[in-house]
Design a binder for this molecule. Structure first.
Ligand code: G3I
Length: 385
C-alpha cells in the first residue's frame, strides 16, 4: 500500500490521533472491556430519561479484537505525526495519592512516545489545560472545599513543568489551552460554562499557562486549540480577538489549532480557507488538530436536529472522498503560503471513531479514511496521490 503521508511531505506533516487501546496487549484489552462493561451496566441502572434521550438506546460495549489491530499497523505506516486521543490529558496523568500528594502516571504517554520513536514519527501533546478530563481533586482542598487560586496555580505549574521536563525533547507542538472559548458569547468560557480554571484563577490562567509552557516545552510550538472556528463565524472572531490580545500582551502563543470536526455538507471550503487566513494575518501559524468528516450534517447549522442512521452507499463514500480532496487542496495552498503546518485526523478506522454513538446513541458514523476492518475507503485513495 502507498504511504499517505508521503503525498504531503512537501506541504505539511500528516498525523493521526492514536487511541491507547490500539497499543494494548490482549490482557489489557480484556481488562479495559470489563471496565467498560461495568460502567455500562452502572449507567444503565441509573439512567434517567431526558427530553434529548427519552429511552435507553446506548449500545452494549463489544469485546476488542485480539492481536494487533489494523489501526496499529496503519498508524505506523500511513502517518508521520501522532497524538494521543486521551492518554496525554491531565485526567490520565495527574493523580492524587492516598497521602494526599499529587503523583504522575506516564505509562500510557510513554508507550505512545516509544511507538512514535520506533516508527520515526513526530509527536504532539494534547493537552495541558482543559475544562474536560481534568482530575476533580485538583480544584479542591482535602475537605472537598474549593481550592484557593494560589494552590491551583501551584498544582498547574507543577504539572506543566513536570510534563515538560519528561517530554520536552519528544514533542513538536503542544495544545497549551484547549476549548477555552464559550459557545454562548464567544469570550473566555467562565465558571458558569464549566471552566473551573476560570472560576478559580480568573481570565489570566490562559496567559500564565502559555508563559509556563514556553519554558517547560522550549522546543515546541505553542497552540491554542478549539472547535467550530471554521463553522461558526462568531466563535472564529472570538478566537481572533483573544489571540490578538495575547500577542499584544507578549504572550508566547504561536499557533491556532483548528479541531475541524466537520461534516459531509458543512462548512464550505471557502470558510475553512477564510479561517486559516484570518489567523495567518496575525503572523500566527495554523494546524488542523482533530479532523474528521462525519456522514451526518446535524450540528449547529442544523439547529441540533439529528439525521437518522443512513446507508453508506458508494455515492455517499464518493461524496466524502470529494470533500476530503477539496479540503486537502486548500490545505496545500495554505501550506504553500507558509501558514498551515500540520494536519491531524482524529482517529484511523471508523470502528474506533469517537463519533460512533455521538451525538446520537446507537447511530454509528464513518468519518475517517479507513473502514472498520482497516480497508482504505475512497477518501483514502483520493488523498493518496
Ligand atoms: O478513562 C476511562 C477509563 O477509566 C474507563 O475504564 C473507560 C471505560 O469505560 O472509560 C474511560 O474514559 C473514556 C475515555 O474516552 C477513554 O476511552 C471516557 O468515558 C470517554 O468520554 C472518553 O471520550 C473521549 C472524549 O474526548 C472525552 O471528552 C474521546 O475518546 C476523545 O476522542 C475525545 O476527544 C476530544 C478532544 O480531546 C478535544 N476535542 C473534541 C474531541 C472529541 O470529543
Amino acid at each position: 500500500m502507498k504511504r499517505l503521508f508521503e503525498s504531503y511531505k512537501d506541504y505539511f506533516r500528516l498525523g493521526a490521533a492514536i487511541s491507547g487501546i490500539i497499543l494494548m496487549n490482549d490482557d489489557e484489552k480484556t481488562a479495559f472491556f470489563q471496565q467498560m462493561k461495568a460502567r455500562f451496566e452502572d449507567f444503565k441502572k441509573n439512567f434517567k430519561p431526558t427530553p434529548q434521550f427519552p429511552e435507553f438506546k446506548f449500545p452494549e460495549p463489544q469485546p476488542l479484537p485480539a492481536g494487533t489491530m489494523p489501526d496499529t499497523q496503519l498508524a505506523a505506516s500511513q502517518f508521520n505525526l501522532v497524538v494521543a486521543e486521551n492518554e496525554c490529558k491531565m485526567g490520565s496523568i495527574y493523580h492524587k495519592g492516598p497521602d494526599g500528594q499529587p503523583f504522575f502516571d506516564f505509562a500510557a504517554a510513554d508507550r505512545l512516545r516509544d511507538f512514535a520513536k520506533a516508527n520515526g514519527q513526530d509527536m504532539r501533546w494534547h493537552t495541558l489545560v482543559w475544562h474536560n478530563q481534568s482530575p476533580d481533586w485538583i480544584f479542591k482542598n482535602d475537605d472537598g472545599s474549593k481550592a484557593s487560586p494560589e494552590l491551583l496555580e501551584e498544582r498547574l505549574k507543577n504539572y506543566i513543568f513536570t510534563v515538560g521536563e519528561r517530554y520536552r525533547d519528544d514533542i513538536c507542538s503542544v495544545d497549551v489551552v484547549n476549548e477555552c472559548i464559550s459557545d454562548k458569547n464567544f469570550i473566555l468560557r467562565d465558571g458558569a460554562d464549566r471552566s473551573q480554571w476560570f472560576d478559580i484563577l480568573g481570565p489570566d490562567y490562559v496567559d500564565k499557562a502559555f508563559f509556563w509552557a514556553k519554558e517547560a516545552f522550549s522546543k515546541s510550538s505553542l497552540v491554542i486549540n478549539d472547535y467550530n472556528l471554521e463553522m461558526v463565524p462568531g466563535k472564529r472572531e472570538g478566537m481572533y480577538k483573544l489571540v490578538k490580545g495575547m500577542l499584544e500582551r507578549g504572550v508566547p502563543v504561536d499557533t491556532v489549532g483548528l479541531q475541524m470536526h466537520i461534516n459531509i455538507d458543512y462548512p464550505p471550503v471557502s470558510e475553512i480557507e477564510k479561517t486559516i487566513e484570518l489567523y495567518g494575518s496575525l503572523g500566527l501559524k495554523v494546524i488542523v488538530t482533530e479532523m474528521e468528516i462525519s456522514m451526518y450534517a446535524d450540528r449547529e447549522q442544523n439547529e441540533g436536529k439529528f439525521e437518522p442512521r443512513k446507508k453508506y452507499t458508494a455515492e455517499l463514500l464518493e461524496k466524502q472522498a470529494d470533500r476530503y480532496e477539496e479540503i486537502f487542496e486548500c490545505f496545500k495552498k495554505e501550506a504553500r503560503a507558509g501558514i498551515l503546518k500540520d494536519v491531524v485526523l482524529w482517529g484511523i478506522t471508523d470502528r474506533m471513531s469517537w463519533k460512533n454513538n455521538f451525538p446520537v446513541p446507537g447511530r454509528t458514523d464513518a468519518p475517517l479514511l479507513f473502514d472498520g476492518e482497516g480497508k482504505p475507503k475512497p477518501a483514502f485513495d483520493r488523498l493518496c496521490k
